[in-house]
Design a protein around this ligand. Structure first.
Ligand code: ZN
Length: 244
């Protein structure tokens, strides 16, 4: 059995819906059948990689003309509106804030929604549950700047990430921080539930080694040089994961 969470953001009042990285348009359209009152009115793309943006042209073809497709560069398939980060997008009553989070790609955008006590961020391949995307186009400095923006979000923000790599991420996290009890407990839980989305910013602060490289007790486990910078340590940690 394969369970694929379909990432859709819906505004209860206006019934407007945004599809986030709808790489398999047929699954999005199928999911929308369960919400006959709702209308798909925009596409939010986190970055140009085919496994995120590749479904945009097909989905746009299936929908009425005039649907907005957001993305961070012209490399995003089907893009109609190019974002730089820092913009706000209105989906009915929901205000979506865009965050430029370069590093995995240089056009990576995270989408943050804060409605009263209901907060969520869609992190694509920037941040995963207890892990992060590879630094394909950017530097550790770019990635740390992206993580810093996510770390500023309220602790109860739900994190919807681009890939379910949580168990392997936690095995690596445990390798880096063998005494971290939160990582041990999350690994045990993840093996039971299999689908771990969403996480929260608070949980990521406790279990994601890539967000913890600025903590002295974590930094010294990665690099024995006490003068190493946060970005040096982050780069080293990413190389360790790439070879894990
Ligand atoms: Zn990617």
């Amino acid at each position: 059995m394969i369970v694929r969470p379909v990432k859709c953001l819906q505004d209860k009042q206006s019934k407007a819906t945004a599809a986030v990285d709808p790489v398999e348009p047929e699954h999005v359209l199928k999911a929308m059948e369960s919400y006959p009152d709702y209308k798909l009115s925009m596409i939010l793309t986190t970055h140009h990689h085919w496994d995120h943006a590749g479904g945009n042209p097909k989905l746009l073809n299936e929908l009425p003309a005039g649907i907005t497709c957001y993305g961070g560069s012209s490399q995003v398939d089907g893009v109609t509106n190019i974002l730089k980060g820092g913009e706000t997008i209105q989906l009915g009553d929901l205000t979506i804030k865009t965050l430029s989070t370069t590093g995995h790609t240089m056009d990576h955008i995270c989408y943050y929604i804060d409605k009263q006590d209901d907060r969520a961020v869609f992190t694509g391949d920037c941040l995963f549950s207890s892990g992060c995307g590879r630094f394909f186009e950017g530097t550790p400095k770019d990635m740390w700047s992206a993580f810093s923006k996510l770390l500023e979000l309220p602790n109860d923000t739900k994190v919807y990430f681009g890939h379910e790599y949580t168990i392997s991420n936690l095995k690596f996290a445990h390798h880096v921080e063998p005494d971290n009890k939160d990582i041990q407990a999350k690994l045990k839980w993840a093996k039971q539930v299999e689908i771990t989305t969403p996480s929260t910013i608070e949980n990521e602060k406790l279990t994601n080694p890539f967000l913890r490289v600025d903590l002295p007790q974590v930094a010294k486990l990665i690099d024995s040089n006490p003068n190493a910078s946060v970005t040096d340590i982050l780069g080293k940690l990413r190389k360790m994961k790439d070879n894990f």
